[in-house]
Design a protein. Structure first.
Length: 287
């Protein structure tokens, strides 16, 4: 209550630190802390909600893996989503609170790429139009990586950028902090492009597998002369869709030339697709 007191304009860092210490000391600290924080973040008082978000971010940076694991569960993520959703508290939550919640969830997709539920929750918000575009970090606010930082952070794969970021963040010069922020945003953009490529690849390969499976079933019925007119139309539509998927697979292959495993998946999907198209031509088109 003290750490999120809406009557106080400035953050009470002494209380926040004691809160973090209690979270780390108690076996069930992360679970109880997130329940309390969810309630405070959903407060109709803007000041209380914003203070609670500051406490949350501080816990993320200081309370370790147990806290990260608990916050990445749908149970807590859904409570944050309620603040943004017009079906719940989004109708009266202030724009400042909603913007901050969006920024928090987005930052977690960057610093915790291995947490699938966080990625799914954020993508769902974008698909529903609740989040129109990825938030931009203010020039005067640096989003530090959690400490200890989660493994597989995007900076872990580039030692040179990681060292540069560390040096810039330690500087007291405003221009260095702004440079650090630009570096973070550029790496985020690169990571988003990679994530988008992975998403396209996974979705396309999945669609190829499903279409090939469905075509195989329909072709088997066609051979037996057991295919209804409606199913024949479905079969033709599947064939046309599969033909359109081929150039898409070629584009995905050109993007994945540096990733042997991804390239192998794409080529395997292309083999399945070629086989299905060949079967269709052999069984249906020939007649």
């Amino acid at each position: 209550d003290e750490a999120t007191d809406p009557s106080v304009s400035e953050e009470n860092w002494e209380c926040i630190q004691r809160f973090c210490d209690q979270v780390k000391a108690d076996t069930e600290g992360p679970l109880f802390a997130l329940r309390l924080l969810a309630h405070k973040i959903q407060s109709p008082q803007e000041g209380e909600a914003l203070h609670a978000l500051t406490v949350l971010e501080t816990c993320v940076n200081n309370c370790g893996d147990r806290f990260h694991s608990e916050m990445a569960k749908f149970r807590f993520l859904n409570e944050l989503i309620k603040v943004l959703s017009p079906k719940y508290y989004g109708i009266w939550s202030s724009e400042k609170v909603k913007s901050r919640v969006t920024e928090v969830i987005f930052s977690w997709t960057v610093w915790f790429p291995q947490e699938v539920r966080i990625q799914d929750a954020y993508q769902m918000l974008k698909k529903q139009g609740i989040v129109k575009e990825d938030p931009k970090l203010p020039e005067d606010k640096i989003l530090p990586p959690p400490s200890p930082r989660a493994q597989n952070s995007i900076f872990d794969t580039d030692e040179e950028k990681s060292k540069l970021l560390a040096r810039l963040l330690k500087s007291s010069h405003p221009e260095d902090l702004q440079a650090a922020n630009r570096l973070i945003q550029s790496v985020i953009k690169e990571e988003q492009e990679k994530s988008s490529q992975v998403s396209r690849r996974v979705n396309t390969i999945s669609e190829v597998s499903e279409n090939v499976r469905h075509m195989d079933e329909l072709l088997e019925n066609y051979r037996r002369h057991e295919l209804s007119p409606a199913d024949q139309e479905t079969l033709q539509a599947l064939f046309q869709r599969c033909e359109k998927l081929r150039p898409l697979l070629f584009r995905l292959a050109s993007e994945a030339v540096a990733d042997e495993e991804a390239l192998a998946e794409i080529l395997q999907a292309n083999d399945k697709l070629s086989w299905a198209l060949g079967q269709y031509r052999q069984v249906v088109a020939s007649q």
